[in-house]
Design a protein around this ligand. Structure first.
Ligand code: ATP
Ligand code: MG
Length: 237
């Protein structure tokens, strides 16, 4: 399959602080690809770099087109939806208002009603809570909302930053199963950033390990799971 995303020699810095030092990876169309790594490795920065939210050097190709240097808004319009760490929920708005914002740049607004039903089909709990103020949703519900808001864009590529953060394993499992379903049925490609390596490797087809701003290991999920160093440092067995 062709690469939907191709990242070549990506550097990123916050002012004088260099964080990514020439990251290379690619994501096949239709795949779930995981970026793993410890705290501070540069995972969040990588997603922010893809979205044009941090100053970068190097090449990012999406569906064959260079997107490095483009404005975030233009990148979103190409079908890349970012679920940031901390979820980016508008806490004073209702569930439904948050979802409506997710469709902000969509042109085919006529299909919105259909999309609300599609999303509520995946996450019935959000339907029950559609008029509830988003800030009062539980952590798991807020994560579901964050993912749903991104799906309202009808993205081709979903960038997920630590969706498991702070959630109980059962809720994480539920959300990951839904992600798997969306990947299979809607053919949404997913780039999943996770510290929870075990769960991420169960979901993903391929994975890359980032350490201090460099990719140090890549392979299929089963290859990465077998790796001695990964087992010791990230899987704990
Ligand atoms: N706005 C910023 N200004 C300066 N340095 C930053 C900024 N954001 C992140 N950094 C630094 O960049 C490095 C990588 O951070 P990043 O958030 O990308 O790591 P991460 O892999 O996502 O870590 P975590 O698993 O803790 O979320 C860290 O050393 C961090 O301190
Ligand atoms: Mg992070």
């Amino acid at each position: 399959m062709a690469a939907l995303l191709d990242v070549c020699d990506l550097h990123a810095a916050y002012g004088p602080t260099r964080v990514l030092h020439g990251v290379n990876f690619s994501l096949e169309e239709g795949s779930i690809t995981a970026l793993l790594g410890a705290n501070g490795a540069g995972k969040t920065t990588t997603l922010r770099a893809l979205c044009g939210m941090v100053k970068t050097q190097g090449e990012v190709r999406y569906a064959g087109q260079r997107i490095d240097g483009k404005a975030t808004e233009d990148i979103v319009r190409l079908g890349i939806a970012h679920v940031p760490d901390g979820r980016g929920t508008f806490v004073n708005l209702s569930t439904e208002e948050n979802l409506r914002l997710g469709a902000y740049v969509r042109k085919d607004k006529s299909k919105l009603a259909e999309d609300f039903e599609r999303i509520y089909g995946y996450f019935p709990r959000l339907k029950e809570r559609r008029h509830q103020q988003a800030g009062t949703l539980s952590g798991g519900e807020q994560q579901m909302l964050a993912v749903s808001r991104a799906l309202m864009l009808r993205p081709k590529l979903l960038l997920l930053d630590e969706p498991s953060f702070g959630l109980a394993p059962l809720i994480v499992k539920e959300i990951f199963e839904i992600m798997r379903g969306i990947n299979k049925t809607e053919k949404v490609s997913i780039l999943l950033v996770e510290q929870n390596a075990a769960m991420a490797l169960d979901l993903a087809d391929r994975a890359y390990l980032i350490e201090t701003g460099n990719v140090v290991l890549s392979g299929t999920s089963s290859e990465i799971k077998q790796n001695e160093a990964v087992r010791r440092s990230y899987l704990g067995y």
